[in-house]
Ligand binder design. Structure first.
Ligand code: SF4
Length: 235
């Protein structure tokens, strides 16, 4: 059988180590599963897998051991329930967010609202890119989603230079894990939500057109120089 594994990966079904089996990866807005989503996923796991659901570090849920012939029926069930699939490979990965001021007492910003604005601006999980690319949002400088460890890391912060001590976002760029781990560097000011959206668009676009295949943003920045990179994304 001719199986396009890469296309399946993009649809959220990853090849398992066992031949003919796949792992479903789901994602929901900023990790928020609602309205019976978990019951639905538990049932899918029992019916099509082996009853296991696994939480991923990107706030998704994986269901392993799904047979190739069950992928379409599972996809239909997910669609009806409004559950989205995640992705892997050289793409924009699911953006992760802590609760921010939705319920965390330390939260300075509404992380879920920013998440939605990022998606509404067309910066979507699954967008093809030269390599994996991650965005994380934290509600305060505690940075529970590790702003320093992803391509773009954001956390809520008070702008002490502003006369009204306005609240905005600190921005870190060029962090990553993997085989060439890097700590992201912090930009020198606090950004408004509008500015953050515009900045993310520019960075993702620049990365898409300038990185070589399998080159993380950190290594692209090292290749062209931090100053040149910052000039390019501020243009
Ligand atoms: S980063 Fe701040 S707002 Fe977010 S969960 Fe941690 S302490 Fe709460």
């Amino acid at each position: 059988m001719n199986i396009d594994y890469d296309a399946l990966k993009k649809r959220g079904f990853l090849r398992s180590k066992e031949d003919g089996l796949f792992t479903l990866r789901t994602r929901m807005q900023a990790g928020n599963y609602r309205d019976g989503h978990l019951e639905k996923l538990a049932r899918i796991a029992r019916q099509y897998g082996r009853g296991i659901t696994h939480l991923t570090v990107r706030q998704g849920i994986e269901i392993p051991f799904i047979k190739y012939e069950d992928i379409e029926p599972v996809e239909k069930e997910l669609q009806v329930s409004g559950i989205k699939t995640g992705t892997s490979g050289p793409r924009l990965r699911a953006t992760t967010a802590c609760p921010g001021n939705n319920w965390c007492k330390r939260g300075l910003v509404n992380t879920f609202a920013l998440f939605e604005r990022i998606e509404n601006a067309g910066i979507l999980c699954g967008t093809d890119l030269p390599h994996k690319f991650k965005i994380v949002i934290s509600g305060c400088p505690n940075s529970c989603t590790r702003a320093q460890g992803s391509e773009i890391g954001l956390h809520g912060a008070v702008d002490l230079s502003h006369p009204e001590k306005r609240i905005g976002y600190a921005v870190y760029l060029g962090g990553c894990g993997g085989r060439t781990p890097r700590v992201g560097f912090k930009l020198g000011r606090i950004f408004s939500e509008e500015e953050v959206i515009s900045l993310i668009k520019k960075i993702v676009n620049f990365y898409k057109h300038h990185a070589k295949p399998r080159q993380r943003l950190a290594l692209l920045i090292e290749e062209i120089g931090k100053e040149n990179f910052l000039k390019a994304i501020s243009a």
